[in-house]
Ligand binder design. Structure first.
Ligand code: CMP
Length: 139
């Protein structure tokens, strides 16, 4: 089925000026950009996005990192987009990410793992709503 998923290019990737390369990978794969913006994530947005991790030991570090600089938020749309994006990103921990995946090609440590992608249809709907209004989603 055609799905939409929320992807963040995290502050480490924006600082390294590899946004274009990452967006290119998703486009080359055949996914369609249906919304995109550059923003600085506030602590409030971060808390909403990562509410499921609030009790985790890595939560303070995660919040500090995701608010440390601008991110690119985008919605990618296409057949099985959620699964395809997750496969292209590779495992959350870059140590386990094979070459050819985004994390496997650009990252070494867990916190600075370059990209985020929604993990389910429920998460995708919730996360898209955090970053975009209905009007900002292109049909
Ligand atoms: P992301 O896909 O953005 O979703 C939650 C983030 O928390 C994840 O990427 C990692 O960057 C981070 N994360 C998950 N598990 C750990 C962990 N054990 N230690 C540090 N950071 C983690």
């Amino acid at each position: 089925a055609v799905e939409s998923t929320l992807v963040l290019i995290k502050p480490d990737a924006v600082a390294r000026k590899i946004c274009g390369e990452i967006i290119s990978r998703f486009e080359r794969r055949g996914l369609t950009l249906t919304a995109m913006k550059l923003l600085r994530i506030t602590p409030e947005i971060a808390a909403k996005h990562y509410e499921e991790h609030r009790e985790k030991p890595f939560y303070p570090e995660l919040l500090e990192f995701i608010t440390s600089g601008p991110v690119v938020a985008m919605v990618l749309t296409g057949p099985e987009a959620i699964k395809i994006v997750r496969t292209m990103m590779g495992p959350t921990n870059p140590v386990n990410a094979p070459p050819g995946t985004i994390r496997g090609d650009y990252a070494t440590i867990m916190t600075n793992n370059i990209v985020h992608g929604s993990d389910s249809e429920t998460s995708a709907k919730r996360e898209i709503n955090i970053y975009f209004t209905e009007q900002e989603l292109v049909q």
